[in-house]
Design a protein around this ligand. Structure first.
Ligand code: SF4
Length: 611
């Protein structure tokens, strides 16, 4: 990848004719349409890709959150010369719009003023139709998390059915999935050199539709057809398993999945990018500000404006999380020197008062980590380097991460550096320098960790470490706090209603919380988001890898009772807890679980599971 970061100003990219004229541009090469407000910051995908193309000398404009009923909004910068790049935004639009209970959300963190309703449902499909209506025959490319995770036939929670690949439903010419810098650069260069979009069939990180008789790529792996996965949940499981085995970019083959008379072809993922490439991308001249036309603050921007992305990727492989299938399992880190330059840029902003709010990525303590055996990595088919047990090839050296934090702390304009990104607590004991620094300098009040459950059977479904690992961490953490005299509290994040979790399991989780003097403030009700293993299990009721039948909490009642158990310490949970204990014939625990005054002195052992 060749990027020339020098020579560009920090004006946002054009969003209207007047801004194009200021740059002396008559026509755009590429028009980005986004479901999010336009914030020219590298934490947001569309602005980042737009800057990557700008740095390669393409003329790029952005239309954020257009009203699809008004074609003139899409036409305001004219027809793009090469293609329109369409994204629903940083979140799947259905996740953005609806709660786990399918109720409409009242706000949207990615919109000015946090206002809801500024993007349509199924935004990728709606925007593509609108662009095709506004510019007849223009090439359309869809990408972003919504397109990425809906690239194959998939279960859709909101309509409670299997949907076709979003490429079929959107009628776009090409789909880009995963982290897209190299993919979109190759695509744009080849279109600029005169290739037709229908001829671009070999670019990593893309998917396309071909006629049934069209020759498929060599060695492509056939997946069960859309019609077959609709008809049989076990065939859906098989399709999920086959696709999940083809996520290592070094070993993956193309996939093909018939949809009616056509074949969906998914090329192998794009290759990870180097530290040098990461440094160049994040050093592009972002203004780091929302577009000046916004009059109201954008909540998601306020959260990240003084934070730093140090890396991407996650090798945790949690079943409910889509990060690995979007960003990849391999950690791609920036250099310390490049990150310190970003600290300089943040510190120069007038609204900076000395606090860096986060340094991290999907998992903060994975910065700088890698597989220690490149040969094994190239052929590795594990979805996680940590589950079911830590791989012996994983190197967990924390020197680079500890050094990074030390250098940021010593910056003359920085007073505080916090870590707000998630932390893998099972890695921390292997990272003593990082762990010490975290405790001493970087916890802003409470240490937030995400065991997600304390039930071992549920942990196995989630691909998380079990309760014993968390207990060992908790004991060690509390001991360190006593030794150092720092006592940041600890808040566990837990999920209710996850596949595999029965009411009995959740009663045991509540007892665990009580025994270990832990209180949960927020409960995440499980949402079957597109493309995850947990969503597959939610739909089929069985694990696609082991074939084991899995209990799936589906009724509003069961979900409510599970949630109440996690919030056992709240008076308003009392009636639901009594009901849950009655349903499970565990009334003997009523006094134990609800006697909050005696709770810390009561030693309760979990009873044997009734499964
Ligand atoms: S070989 Fe082990 S450490 Fe390397 S990528 Fe595979 S699971 Fe991770």
């Amino acid at each position: 990848m060749i990027i020339h970061p020098q020579g560009y100003n920090s004006q946002p990219l054009p969003t209207c004719r007047e801004e194009m004229s200021r740059r002396g541009w008559e026509q755009l090469d590429v028009l980005f349409i986004s479901g999010d407000a336009y914030v020219d910051h590298p934490a947001f995908g569309v602005p980042l890709l737009a800057r990557v193309l700008e740095a390669a000398d393409f003329r790029v404009g952005v239309i954020p959150q257009p009203d699809i009923k008004q074609p003139e909004q899409l036409q305001r910068m004219g027809r793009p010369r090469l293609f329109a790049a369409i994204s629903a935004g940083a979140m799947d639009s259905m996740v953005n719009h609806y709660t786990a209970a399918k109720k409409i959300r009242s706000n949207d963190a990615y919109s000015p003023g946090g206002k809801a309703g500024l993007r349509p449902d199924r935004a990728t499909i709606a925007y593509t139709a609108a662009v095709k209506g506004a510019f007849k025959g223009v090439a359309t490319v869809i990408g972003g998390i919504e397109a990425s995770l809906r690239r194959l036939a998939h279960y859709d929670y909101w309509s409670d059915r299997i949907r076709r690949s979003i490429l079929v439903d959107s009628k776009a010419d090409l789909l880009i999935y995963g982290m897209a810098e190299n993919t979109i650069l190759e695509l744009t260069h080849r279109l600029a050199q005169g290739e037709d979009i229908s001829a671009l069939r070999d670019i990593r990180g893309t998917a396309y539709l071909a006629g049934k008789d069209h020759p498929l790529p060599a060695h492509s792996l056939p997946l069960p057809s859309f019609e077959d996965v609709v008809a049989d949940p076990q065939i859906y499981n098989m399709a999920f398993r086959l696709a999940a085995e083809q996520t290592n970019p070094f070993a993956a083959v193309p996939l093909n999945q018939p949809h009616g008379e056509r074949q969906l072809v998914v090329n192998p993922p794009s290759l990870p990018i180097s530290e040098e490439e990461m440094d160049r991308i994040y050093a592009l001249p972002f203004s780091r500000q929302p577009h000046p036309s916004y009059l109201e603050p954008i909540p998601a921007y306020l959260q990240i404006r003084h934070s730093i992305t140090s890396h991407r990727g996650c090798f945790g492989g949690c079943a409910f999380c889509a990060i690995a299938s979007h960003q990849g399992k391999r950690i791609q880190s920036r250099s310390i020197a490049a990150i310190i330059k970003e600290v300089d840029a943040i510190a120069a902003q007038p609204d900076f008062h000395g606090t860096i709010s986060d340094v991290g990525g999907p998992t903060a303590n994975m910065y700088g980590l890698a597989c220690g055996n490149p040969d094994h990595e190239r052929s590795c088919r594990r979805s996680s380097c940590l589950f079911p047990e830590r791989c012996r090839h994983l190197q967990t050296d924390n020197q680079k991460n500890a050094e990074l934090l030390a250098q940021i702390r010593s910056h003359h304009k920085v007073k505080h550096v916090f870590i707000a990104s998630g932390i893998r607590y099972d890695l921390l004991p292997l990272q003593p320098d990082y762990y010490d620094a975290l405790l001493e300098h970087h916890i802003g009040g409470l240490l937030k960790v995400a065991p997600e459950t304390f039930s071992d059977p549920v942990s196995r479904v989630m691909h998380k470490p079990g309760a014993a690992v968390f207990t060992a961490f908790l004991d060690d953490y509390r001991q360190r706090c006593r030794q150092t005299g720092h006592f940041p509290g600890i808040v566990p994040y837990l999920i209710s209603g996850h596949p595999g979790c029965t009411l009995n399991d959740m009663i045991d989780v509540a007892l665990y919380l009580q025994r270990h003097q832990l209180k949960v403030e927020q409960v995440q009700d499980f949402t079957p988001t597109p493309g995850t293993l947990s969503t597959c299990i939610f739909h089929t009721g069985s694990d696609p890898f082991s074939g084991t039948l899995v209990h799936v909490p589906r009724t509003a009642k069961e979900k409510k009772l599970q949630k109440a158990l996690l919030l056992y310490h709240r008076p308003e949970s009392r009636r639901d807890i009594e009901e849950a204990l009655h349903l499970c014939k565990r009334e003997d625990l009523v006094t134990v679980l609800l006697d909050t005054h005696n709770s810390h002195r009561t030693a309760v052992k979990p009873r044997k599971k009734r499964r």
